[in-house]
Every structure is written in C-alpha cells, then in structure tokens.
Design a protein around this ligand. Structure first.
Ligand code: NDP
Ligand code: MN
Length: 377
C-alpha cells in the first residue's frame, strides 16, 4: 500500500497583532532568532521580547542571520542556545531567519549532528529540548509551515534544501502588521513566489484532494490582493490576505511538492544571483506553455478562478508589480547573452536534476529545459 499523508503545524494563529499570542506560551526561557536589521528597526523584535516576558520567560536574542544563511551562522546560533538552554525557539523574520533557526534547533538538541546526514534526509527526533514558533516577516517562502530549510555553503555557492517533517514549526504566527513594512519590490518578488508555490502544488503529480483546494484559494488571493499590497503597503487587509495566501500555498506544496518553475529558478538563481521570486515570476508563463500540452490541470485552474488564459494573467500581474517578461530585461543583476549561452547547457542539466522536477506534470529532459530557458530569455 502506498501511504499518503498531509502534515502541517499544530497551530496557525493569524490576524493583526497576533504576535501577542506569544504571551500565552508556557515555558522558562525563549530564544529569539532574527535577520539583519528590519525587525529591530520597526520594533517587532522588541514587541516579541515584551510578549515573551509577559509569559514569564527569560529571553535571549540571536540576530544577524544573513540572506541565504550559511552553516557558520547556524552553528553560531546553536552554540548560543546550548549555553542559554531555551525551551522555546522563536524565529521572526524572512525565510532566511526562519530557515537558519530551524537548523540551529537541530544542532542545539543534537550538537554532534553531521550536516552530511541532513543533506541525505537523515534527521534526529526533535522537541526533546525546545518547541518552535515561526513568525514570518515576508509573505513568500512559507518556511513557517514547511518541512524545508535552505542552507547555503558560501564557499561553493551551493544551496542545500534540507527536508524533514521534524523541522515543521509547532506554531506559525501570521501578523499582517509585520509584512506591511516590506518595500514594494520585495512584496512583488515574494508574492509571485507564493503564486508559483500554489500553481505548482495544484499541477504537481503528487497533488491530492487535501492540497488542491488550498492551492486554488492561494491563487485567488494572490491575483486579487498582490497588486493592492504592492501599491499600498500599509493596507493591512491586503497584507493579511497575502500573508495567509503564503501559508496556505505552503500547506499545499509542503505536501505535494513543486515542479519545473522551481527547478529552473533554483539553478538560474545559483548562476546569476537573481532573486528567487523574481525568477519564478518570469519563468512561470513559459513553463505553463510547455506543461499544458500534457496536463489539463491548467484548464481546471482557469475554470476555478474564472480567467481565460493563466499564462496571460500572470504576465498581466507581473507588469502591474514591476516585473519584466524576460530574463534579459532583469535589472537587479545583469544576465548577459554571452554568459547565459555559456552556462545554458550546464544550468539546464542541473535544473533537470533538481528534486522539484520529479513532480512536474509533464516528463521532461535536459533539452526541453534548455528550450524553456531560451524562450524565457
Ligand atoms: P529573506 O529572509 O532573505 O529577506 C530578504 C530581505 O528582506 C532581507 O534584507 C530582510 O531584511 C528584508 N525583510 C524581510 N522582512 C521584512 C519586512 N517585513 N520589512 C522590511 N524588510 C524586510 O527573504 P525571503 O523571505 O524571501 O527568504 C529567502 C530565503 O528562504 C532563501 O534563503 C531561500 O532559499 C529560502 N527559501 C526557503 C523555503 C522554505 O520552505 N524553507 C522555500 C523557498 C525559499 P533583514 O535581514 O534586515 O530582516
Ligand atoms: Mn519558492
């Protein structure tokens, strides 16, 4: 019998000022983990500390988690936890801070863990010393709900996706006030990442009756609310809808996995440093054109959300949120034709080998991937 499952955190708390839920936790000590400066600057780190102290806890802070967090940062944080001995780990920040905190948690509970083992999917049993709360500040990665963490080896620029339901947080807190401070371009990129998660979850070979309705709800929310959140960052209704959409899409894709959009985005991200959500946003319409020849799931999406052509709708929304149609038009990094052609074959082969390729609705080959990259360039 092929066993199937659907797993998500025990508690999802959402709504404006839901950060106050921290005051209801029971424990002695909590360690807050955060990124660079944004959570400090807008007062959310202080607020989290205040709420944990209200709960009667002693609080320590580990900050300075960098974008694309490294194993060194993880070990530094774990060592601080080993000294402080928290029974709660509370990660507040973008996907980077959340991902790093998840792996600090492992090294705190099991200091002798071999990174090699984690890469190979061998994880120890957690929750012997601490439980984990995730408070995302971006509406994108859904790390607050997923079994994933992405840790980077800065020496060879390799991103290691670490996967185990052990590192799914116990509690996710979705407070719209926190992402309302995201600047428009981060709102756009992370928001289109949500759309990619939702669409890929729906068309995935591993989609189930548990994941598909969540994916559709997230697609609807992004189409209606991302342009609003992009234009008017302080609109808390739009922010809460996008924040919920991110987690809802995460509930789907952590159980159904993803597809070629993510395979290609991971590799072009590695080669050129293009932001993940931006790469997804540009690639999506081209991969829909490729996949739909062998999948009628896109027809279903169009029927369920009431649009004529999904790829065209994505191009429209990209335009509304300042995202170009092709890779060569990207301005945050320069993807020159010369370098693109130079790396194309290797990048396509690597994208084909990405773990996300296996659940793509259409079976592909490295040559197909190369053609998709060329179309999107
Ligand atoms: P990051 O966490 O990398 O943050 C990006 C930037 O946004 C940082 O400079 C951060 O500043 C800033 N920022 C975050 N929140 C706010 C806010 N509310 N207001 C103002 N500025 C803010 O971005 P992402 O959330 O996109 O996470 C990307 C990471 O997640 C990558 O490492 C990626 O590989 C990984 N990932 C993880 C997945 C998972 O399931 N675990 C899935 C997909 C990707 P500061 O540092 O100062 O806070
Ligand atoms: Mn993604």
């Amino acid at each position: 019998m092929a066993l199937q499952w659907f797993r998500v955190p025990k508690d999802i708390v959402f709504g404006e000022n839901s950060i106050e839920y921290l005051a209801t936790l029971k424990g002695q000590k909590a360690t807050l983990v955060t990124g660079g400066s944004s959570m400090k600057k807008y007062g959310f780190l202080d607020e989290a500390k205040k709420q944990l102290e209200k709960a009667g806890m002693e609080v320590s802070i580990i900050d300075g988690v960098e974008p694309n967090p490294s194993i060194e940062t993880v070990l530094r944080g774990a060592n601080e936890m080993i000294t402080f001995k928290p029974d709660w780990i509370v990660a507040i920040g973008g996907g980077s801070a959340l991902d790093a905190a998840k792996i600090m948690w492992i090294y705190y509970e099991y200091p002798d863990t071999k990174f090699e083992d984690l890469i190979n999917g061998i994880f120890p049993e957690l929750r012997k010393k601490a439980h984990f709360v995730a408070i995302p500040s971006t509406s994108g990665t859904a790390s607050e709900i997923t079994a994933f963490s992405v840790i980077t080896d800065p020496e060879n620029h390799i991103k290691y996706p670490l996967v185990s339901y052990e590192i799914t947080p116990d509690i996710a807190i979705l407070d719209a006030v926190i992402p309302s401070k995201m600047p428009p371009h981060i709102t756009a990129h992370t928001g289109m990442d949500v759309l990619a998660h939702a669409i890929e979850a729906f068309v995935s070979k591993n989609a189930t009756s548990y994941t598909s309705p969540l994916a559709i709800e997230a697609i609807k929310l992004v189409f209606s609310q991302l342009p609003v959140a992009y234009k008017d960052g302080e609109n808390l209704n739009a922010r809460q809808d996008m924040h919920n959409a991110s987690t809802i899409a995460g509930m789907a894709f952590t159980n159904s996995s993803l597809g070629l959009v993510h395979s290609l985005a991971h590799k072009i991200g590695g080669e050129f440093g293009i932001t993940h959500g931006l790469a997804n946003a540009i690639l999506m319409p081209y991969i829909i054109d490729y996949n739909r020849k062998e999948s009628d799931r896109y027809d279903e999406i169009e029927k369920l959300i009431g649009v004529k052509n999904l790829a065209d709708e994505i191009k429209k929304i990209n335009k509304q949120v300042g995202i170009p149609l092709t890779l060569k038009e990207v301005t945050e990094v320069e993807i020159t034709e010369e370098k693109f052609n130079e790396v194309l074959e290797r990048m396509s082969k690597n994208a084909f080998d990405d773990p996300c390729t296996g659940t793509n609705p259409r079976d592909s080959c490295p040559n197909d991937v190369q053609e998709i990259f060329k179309a999107a360039y």
